[in-house]
Design a protein around this ligand. Sequence first.
Ligand code: FAD
Ligand code: SF4
Length: 471
Amino acid sequence: MGKVTGFLEFERTDRKYAPVEERLRNYNEFVIPLPESDLKQQAARCMNCGIPFCHTGCPVNNQIPDWNDLVYLDDWKTASANLHSTNNFPEFTGRVCPAPCEEACTLNLEDTPVTIKTIECAIVDKAFENGWVKPDVPAKKTGRKVAVVGSGPAGLAAAEQLARAGHDVHVFEKFAKAGGLLRYGIPDFKLEKHLIDRRVSLMESEGVTFHYGAHVGVTVKAKELLDGFDAVVLAGGAEKPRDLPIPGRELDGIHFAMDFLPQQNRRVGKEAFDATDILATGKKVVVIGGGDTGSDCIGTSARQGATAIVQLEILPMPPEKADKLTTWPNWPLKLRTSSSHHEGASREFSVLTEKFSGENGKVKTLHCVRVDDRMKPIPGSQFEIEADLVLLAMGFVHPVKEGMLAELGVALDPRGNVKADTEAYRTSIDKVFAAGDMRRGQSLVVWAIREGRQAARAVDEFLMGVSALPR
Ligand SMILES: Cc1cc2nc3c(=O)[nH]c(=O)nc-3n(C[C@H](O)[C@H](O)[C@H](O)COP(=O)(O)OP(=O)(O)OC[C@H]3O[C@@H](n4cnc5c(N)ncnc54)[C@H](O)[C@@H]3O)c2cc1C
Ligand code: SF4
């Protein structure tokens, strides 16, 4: 612990955002890093708790008090080595993680957790600036071949760990570039994509081969992977969106969020796509769904120049503050207001959309009703909202079953995800493993990284009998 009295001396300070009118002009990241002197003070606030509750909050078990101490002592290089020992991609989590570690931090009992995510991001950004992040090329190759399907955070983490263990790793990705939802779901204003490119080239130097435009179960037979590789890791995400099958759903102008968001990411990345443009420019937009994906639709619509944005959520508005005594150190239910909400959207809770209506085949109106806490419509509370564009952001139900999963005939769990436990990560098919959203269902980047790392260890053990990869 660098400074015993740090938490008494220094107030919590965190990164600020560029002003709304400035950040809406482009799709760049807009979080302003803290100066180094502030970062050291923030790190000094860490109490090095006897029981570091931040660890229990962090799915990759980042050794948070250790690197807080190293930052306070100005040893950024060792801090980076420590951080990378548990997390392959801290530059992603340092930007997009909802930071369950901060919710679990002991200082959060007083609403002033250590700024863990900001410190994490600063460590890895500094490490790249100083050239400390180098490819970790294995001294010896094992001669074993592993196929990884999907290049989201789970597939990337699994591939990197397996390559470092000396295996010959091939990643099969149906899209033109790597990253999964990091690249095509999360907007550039939250995560600029050159950060993914930088990691991918490091992984290529570590010996990982990427095959793009390789849609397993469609353009590449799953059987080819079974025949050609000693193990296969399924990390294809949970891509089946939840639909809203109500009258009028077929009208033009009603789209899944994941038909809308990837188009903008591709425009920014100068990647061609062969679908009709879905744009919010000059439109009244309604986003149905109150989560992260909904927020990303708001931020993207605002940048495209929507004239009005309304977000609807069927659940009641959560309390503004968490009830710490009943929830801490666990993830609390509380109202979460994202940077996108500040960019000009109104939010409505406890609202059910009963039907859409339109003119000339185009959506014009949402017919809504307010619901009680049990989601039962309240009689007489019907109202209408005008809309030219409706974005459905109600989450994802399970992986796409057609194609690869059907061809493999792999067993699914009751929720429709690929069935595999978190010890062996093995599916019902010999030498086939599963990790990330494809196994656990729609989740978070940090959980995908954890699962990719753990599945890699399981595969390494399966191939070699023992594994030196971290659990
Ligand atoms: C819009 C949006 C915003 C989000 N924002 C956040 C956030 O801010 N913070 C956060 O922590 N989480 C966020 N999430 C969730 C997070 O992105 C996911 O939990 C995470 O990316 C899952 O990682 P994954 O590797 O399991 O799957 P994915 O990221 O979905 O990657 C799966 C990859 O597999 C490929 N694939 C699928 N099937 C095949 C096949 N048959 N052949 C070849 N390739 C295939 C896909 O093309 C894709 O590249 C967000 C999700 C969405 C949709
Ligand atoms: S819980 Fe908070 S104060 Fe305690 S060790 Fe972790 S980061 Fe430091």
